[in-house]
Design a protein around this ligand. Structure first.
Ligand code: NDP
Length: 245
């Protein structure tokens, strides 16, 4: 028996990186996972299925509200329930504020924050009627502590934390919890671009001197989505090795 047997979980940006690892983790716990992404999800779906799990892929651009609502409704129509939503899709377009192009400001806010609104609204309606559900938003420690060169990204993630707390208050009475996970520096395509000097400086600023892994983040998500977290809502779980305390 897994913690998520019989449950339906949707993971945005679930094709690769942290989102794919969350999909593997929830599927290993028995959930049927829906990886919804701009990218092709064939590979992750085949991998999970080959490992004995249950998965499907859906093409989704989280900034398209009509498609987002239709996708969530279709998933609910097919499976008859929706138990877990992980808002993981996110991007960076780093630049110092004085050089930042307005389109890079807009795009980061549009995907990282507007996209969460557009996917969560139809999912929340279903979970409210169902009288159960778990929503986990992937924020960032940058939304808590700031980071030079990331005013757009930090604003989107700080906004996501505010969204998490406000929605937790709205949905608590319907037995739906809403929490955020704030990763620090995690080994993915996003951090592969760090130079050796940046990596060395980073190791001096974390209490646990290594990059985090996607599994570290997926474990926190699984806890918040699992049976042990039924009285936890509106929190931010910091998975940063002590980068932010
Ligand atoms: P990746 O870029 O590896 O994966 C993100 C996925 O989201 C990609 O498949 C991407 O597709 C998809 N995506 C992007 N835009 C959209 C969209 N509009 N609609 C649907 N899917 C989209 O990122 P990570 O795995 O590193 O990051 C996942 C989350 O974790 C993000 O929210 C990020 O901000 C957060 N995070 C990551 C950290 C890290 O160190 N890696 C640290 C802190 C937070 P495509 O490739 O086509 O853009």
């Amino acid at each position: 028996m897994g913690d998520f047997d019989g449950q339906i979980a949707v993971i945005t940006g679930g094709a690769r990186g942290i989102g794919a690892e969350i999909a593997r983790r929830l599927a290993a716990g028995g959930a049927h996972v829906v990886c919804a992404d701009l990218l092709d999800t064939t590979e992750i779906v085949a991998e999970i299925t080959a490992a004995g799990g249950s998965a499907e892929g859906r093409p989704l651009d989280v900034t398209d509200g009509e498609v987002a609502a239709a996708t969530i409704q279709e998933i609910h129509g097919t499976h008859g329930r929706l138990d877990i939503l992980v808002n993981n899709a996110g991007i960076t377009r780093d630049q110092l504020l004085v050089r930042m192009k307005p389109q890079d400001w807009d795009l980061v806010l549009k995907i990282n924050l507007d996209g969460v609104f557009l996917v969560t609204q139809p999912a929340a309606k279903i979970m409210m009627r169902q009288r159960s559900g778990r929503i986990v938003n992937i924020a960032s420690v940058v939304g808590l502590m700031g980071n030079g060169g990331q005013t757009n990204y930090a604003s989107s993630k700080a906004g996501l934390i505010g969204f998490t707390k406000a929605l937790a208050r709205e949905l608590g009475p319907r037995n739906v919890t809403v929490n955020a996970v704030a990763p620090g520096y995690i080994q993915t395509a996003m951090t592969d671009a760090l130079t050796d000097e940046q990596r060395e400086a980073l190791m001096k600023s974390v209490a646990i001197p290594r990059l985090g892994t996607a599994t570290d983040v997926a474990d926190a998500v699984a806890f918040l989505a699992g049976p042990g977290a039924s009285y936890i809502t509106g929190t931010v779980v910091n998975v940063s090795g002590g980068l932010y305390m």
